[in-house]
Design a protein around this ligand. Structure first.
Ligand SMILES: *Cc1c(COP(=O)(O)O)cnc(C)c1O
Length: 453
């Protein structure tokens, strides 16, 4: 084995197509349903929200989709992202496992999110849209969309979950530098926000509420559309650049992973890394175990039900079949803000139901302990979300030490944590609390999930 620590790609080697896993699955995913009629939605139902190019990708059965030239030009400003071998971490753990991580924190917004915000802004601009609205939890998606809209000459209006708006003022400033307007959600500029604010004046907000507000603002204006940073098929599609690059990078050093791990909030960074590897697995060219890791406080895959539910809080979006904790679920204020969503991507949920992937839930103190070890060995200070993948890699590396197996582990480190230092501060001060799955709250939320005949 050659002695690599950081594997890169030349500009000419960067993949020029996204990979759509749908045609390779043993069963097609269930259809998206209209919230009123419960019939499968057609392109016209989605056109107030999304441009036709993205609606086409949402329902596409083409295996590969070309990345447009102007999108490639922007991708190349930070892609290919490096694949690192975590030699110092391996040494610290004294493990025979070889740990690799694909690092997405070097993008201008600091996470994997620009992989999809750039093409989303591009296709909207192509179709004459003037403004995009969106929600953001921890602020990473809002930053990524603000960046992309500024590059393609669009306006951007962001509803940021109130709890994060207060905890992370600099994410807001970052969005404003890129020209976006940012509201704390629930806000008083939408009907949905006013309604929820009246019922609960101290609401910390949630992604579900912020989505309701951003969708309402888009539907009310013909020049405005809505953009989502995770969950949808076209978002997962755009993220596959991560896995396609990682496959090429591992091939360069003649490695094949035994285990792939990604954190899952809505499922996009996990899907981005794992779907190209799942293609290889389904074709019999490799056989990695593929595992999602989610917060124990927001365990949609491991504890949620697989059923049709709304994507937002007040039931404006189409119904999608997914692992859900109920659309009215408001999670506890854990620090991995990007993982606090009530549902899981329909494609990630479907693939999990097919038994092609595994899932595990980990508490936040174990994650931050892992993050500090990672920062002190590898040097990178990770975002709270990928600390879940790092914690799982450490668990596996310790297992490998016991068995003596040279397990090859590949994880997604999907963002840096430079805006999350209050979370590190509480961890270092010993103030971080673990929340368990609030079973009663979720049971109550389940009662509001529609029953589909
Ligand atoms: C948004 C975000 C997540 C959660 O979203 P996924 O769609 O599950 O990837 C995780 N990590 C980071 C760094 C994020 O910005």
């Amino acid at each position: 084995m050659a002695d690599y620590t950081r594997i890169t790609l030349d500009e000419s080697e960067i993949p020029s197509q996204w990979y759509n896993i749908v045609p390779d699955l043993p069963e097609p995913p269930p259809p998206v349903l209209h919230p009123g009629t419960h019939e499968p939605v057609g392109p016209d139902d989605l056109s107030p929200l999304f441009p036709m190019a993205l609606i086409g990708q949402e329902v596409s059965t083409e295996r590969y989709i070309d990345i447009p030239g102007p999108v490639m030009d922007v991708y190349k400003t930070w892609r290919a992202t490096p694949l690192h071998r975590a030699r110092a971490l391996e040494k610290y753990l004294d493990t025979p496992a070889r740990i690799y991580y694909k690092y997405e924190g070097g993008s201008p917004a600091g996470s994997h999110k620009p992989n999809t915000s750039i093409p989303q802004a591009y296709y909207n601009a192509q179709e004459g849209v003037k403004k995009l609205t969106t929600e953001t939890g921890a602020g990473q998606w809002g930053s990524a969309l603000a960046l992309a809209t500024s590059l393609f000459g669009l306006e951007c209006e962001v509803w940021m979950v109130a709890a994060s708006f207060e905890q992370k003022p600099y994410r807001k400033t970052m969005m404003e530098v890129w020209g976006a307007t940012v509201h704390s959600s629930p806000s008083d500029v939408t009907e949905a926000g006013r309604k929820i604010g009246a019922e609960n004046p101290d609401s910390p907000g949630s992604l579900g509420i912020a989505i309701s507000e951003a969708v309402e603002a888009a539907v009310g204006d013909p020049d405005t559309k809505y953009a989502l940073g995770s969950v949808l098929n076209h978002v997962l599609l755009h993220q596959t650049v991560i896995g396609e690059e990682a496959l090429l990078q591992l091939a360069k050093i003649d490695e094949k992973p035994d285990l792939l791990v990604g954190c899952t909030g809505g499922g996009s960074n996990f899907a981005g890394l794992s779907f190209p590897f799942l293609r290889e697995k389904l074709a019999g060219r490799m056989n990695p175990t593929i595992r999602c890791v989610e917060p124990a406080a927001c365990p949609s895959l491991t504890r949620g039900e697989y059923r049709y539910d709304f994507g937002d809080m007040i039931g404006m979006t189409p119904l999608v079949k997914m692992h859900t904790l109920g659309h009215s679920f408001v999670p506890d204020p854990i620090h991995a803000g990007g993982l606090r969503y009530h549902g899981m991507a329909p494609l990630v949920s479907h693939i999990y139901e097919l038994g092609l992937t595994e899932a595990e839930a980990i508490h936040q103190t174990e994650c931050f302990e892992a993050a500090v070890i990672f920062a002190r060995t590898e040097g990178i200070l990770p975002a709270p979300e990928p600390t879940h993948a790092i914690a799982e890699a450490i668990r596996e590396a310790k297992r490998a030490k016991e068995t003596g197996e040279e397990t090859v582990i590949l994880i997604a480190v999907c963002g840096h944590g430079h805006f999350d230092l209050t979370a590190y501060e509480s961890y270092l001060a010993g103030n971080l609390v673990d929340y368990d799955y609030p079973a009663e709250k979720v049971a109550a939320a389940m009662e509001q999930v529609p029953v589909i005949a």
